[in-house]
Ligand binder design. Structure first.
Ligand SMILES: Nc1ncnc2c1ncn2[C@@H]1O[C@H](COP(=O)(O)OP(=O)(O)OP(=O)(O)O)[C@@H](O)[C@H]1O
Ligand SMILES: [Mg+2]
Length: 253
């Protein structure tokens, strides 16, 4: 299955006023960040894309997902939602097997690959026999990301607050970003925002602006990524029970 285009046609904001941004078009390889304060409508926009809204959601938007002679979001959009927990009560290996079989990708290789990818994203490893319900919040998200990357393998990926739950967001994004995918990321994290080519600014439920990263912002992105690495190292050290020392204090970048 391939997708040639996702067209988002503006509807209204929370107060029913027409959105300032009337159209956003995404093509393969495009990355879009969705930014805005809490409650500004980021998740609503992702949900409109996920269901290929036809003016039938609170925003009144229309989203046209097209490619390969077909239309509609079914089977081509994979979502990491903001609230994640599994509803199935099976062990991890069975879940992966069932999902892979549904998509015609069964095989033990898939199962091992998904679990080992998930384990590169989270701290304490997930084992094949662990019950889905017994996984921690971070392990659950790590497993969902690995599943999206390797089993769903959808051409359009929607990520709602990838940064949540203590997983390694850079590794997670790298795992999900294969060539030619369309990736839409709703996030409060400045580094993740700047890793997308464009960003859609939400306000009062409406799409109020669309910005494209420029050379200055690319420098910011690289600099902030370095800071982020420091944060990640310190986080790892503290949660491994190590001490910070004056000698390892990073000099200002
Ligand atoms: N255009 C809109 N028209 C009507 N209601 C909307 C619109 N956009 C969002 N809403 C509603 O506003 C509420 C908050 O929106 P949403 O959950 O999308 O915010 P958010 O930006 O994802 O916030 P957070 O950062 O906390 O996750 C939801 O109930 C949503 O359905
Ligand atoms: Mg949200």
């Amino acid at each position: 299955v391939n997708v040639e285009r996702v067209e988002i046609r503006g509807g209204g904001d929370r107060f029913g006023r027409p959105e300032a941004v009337r159209e956003v078009i995404l093509t393969p390889g495009d990355t879009l960040a969705v930014v805005g304060p809490t409650g500004s409508g980021k998740s609503e926009l992702l949900s409109d894309i996920e269901q290929a809204a036809e003016g039938d959601t609170p925003s009144g938007r229309r989203v046209i997902v097209s490619g390969g002679g077909r239309r509609g979001a079914f089977g081509v959009v994979a979502t990491l939602s903001q609230r994640t927990n599994f509803l199935m009560d099976v062990d991890t290996a069975s879940f992966i097997d069932i999902h892979a079989a549904c998509l015609g990708k069964a095989g033990e290789g898939t199962r091992d690959a998904v679990i080992s990818l998930a384990n590169t994203l989270c701290g304490e490893p997930i084992r094949a026999g662990d019950s889905l319900q017994g996984l921690s919040g971070g392990q659950t998200r790590a497993l969902m990301i690995a599943d999206i990357a390797l089993v769903s393998d959808a051409p359009v990926i929607l990520l709602d607050e990838l940064e949540n739950a203590g997983i390694d967001k850079h590794k997670a994004l790298a795992a999900l970003s294969a060539n030619g995918k369309i990736i839409v990321t709703a996030t409060h994290d400045p580094v993740l925002v700047l890793m997308s080519r464009r960003r859609l600014v939400m306000r009062s439920g409406g799409m109020s602006g669309l910005n494209e990263i420029d050379a200055a912002e690319s420098l910011w992105r690289d600099r902030l990524r370095d800071f982020d690495t420091i944060f990640q190292d310190v986080r790892d050290a503290l949660r491994d029970g190590r001490r910070l020392t004056a000698e390892t204090l990073p000099c200002p970048i």
